[in-house]
Design a protein around this ligand. Sequence first.
Ligand SMILES: NC(=O)c1ccc[n+]([C@@H]2O[C@H](COP(=O)([O-])OP(=O)(O)OC[C@H]3O[C@@H](n4cnc5c(N)ncnc54)[C@H](O)[C@@H]3O)[C@@H](O)[C@H]2O)c1
Length: 341
Amino acid sequence: MDTARIGLIGAGFIGEVHLRALAFNRRADVRAIADVNERRAREMAERFHVPRTYTDVRQMLEQERLDGVIIATPDQLHREPAELAAQAGVHIMLEKPIATTVEDAEAIIAAAQRNNVKLMIGFILRFTLPYQQLRQKVVSGEIGTPTMAFGKRTVNASEARRLAGRCTVNDYLSIHDTDTILWNMGTDVESVYAQNGSFVLKEQGLNTPDYYWTMLRFRNGATAVTHSHWAMPAAFPNYPESELLMTGTRGAVHLHLAGQHLWYASDTSYEHPDVSYGFTAEDAGAFRKEDEHFTDCIIEDRQPLVTGVDGLNALKIILAADESIRTGQPVKVSLQPPQQH
Ligand SMILES: NC(=O)c1ccc[n+]([C@@H]2O[C@H](COP(=O)([O-])OP(=O)(O)OC[C@H]3O[C@@H](n4cnc5c(N)ncnc54)[C@H](O)[C@@H]3O)[C@@H](O)[C@H]2O)c1
């Protein structure tokens, strides 16, 4: 097999980014788009030269001979298309979060396993160069044992307005840093404590918090904090201003995405590599790499770098944060070890 026949389910904001990315992917043959919004599906098909559109996922899976689907429906609507694709024997790249409940997430993972299809979760930071370089500093042992992490992601209120009520900024933005932290620090998390704040968006009549702080405590005493804020002033960019700081027993590493900035320090060296990277580029930057990884895994029969269990673990942290806010207490969590690939 030289190319993978791909279908897109959900051609909204991020579905369009995937279509842009797939247009540069020589190993992807995009056969069809399914979206309940027929006009949107047709418009995207025309722009990206996709032969057929459907308003019903079932029909697309029955009529097309697909190898894989990219699912980019709203968070609450991930389970049904994922289960249908799995039953049809089609590999799945599912946007984050894997689902909005543990029950749905486990059902998606079970459906993929039962039907022997690959399930990859869209944690884009794993395909974003500075985050990959930071990861190298961790796996090479250069920072020693991780002792602390801080992951931050802030935008203006335009996404909060677009998604009002559909999700929180913790589900939408911090889940990326949550996955990155679990990827680098492991999944031995003991408890989660969180606080959020509702000021600016509440005044604008939007029923969603402005920001979250979530603290993870690992069993070895290490801690990590994620912070996301989607009510920054209007002139602030709507592309996440992000950073990740990790310290370890032998070094520390810090990246700042808006500044395309990454440094690494130990007792004997300080490095400041060039990490310029076109995330907003015509070819959709990291999304192109993410989708290429998916088609490579299909064609070469490899396990994706990001698994359903990674999606479930990050979701459990996000749900525990909301429970902690409700109860005012740290919440115990139990995550699964990452799957081998
Ligand atoms: N990886 C990232 O950086 C990133 C960024 C944004 C969004 N996302 C995720 O992508 C997903 C989609 O988000 P979005 O912002 O693109 O949403 P959106 O509302 O812009 O698009 C969703 C699309 O799905 C369609 N849809 C709804 N129900 C459907 C169904 N049953 N079958 C087929 N199509 C259906 C809608 O008509 C719409 O076109 C969410 O899970 C979101 O969290 C990921």
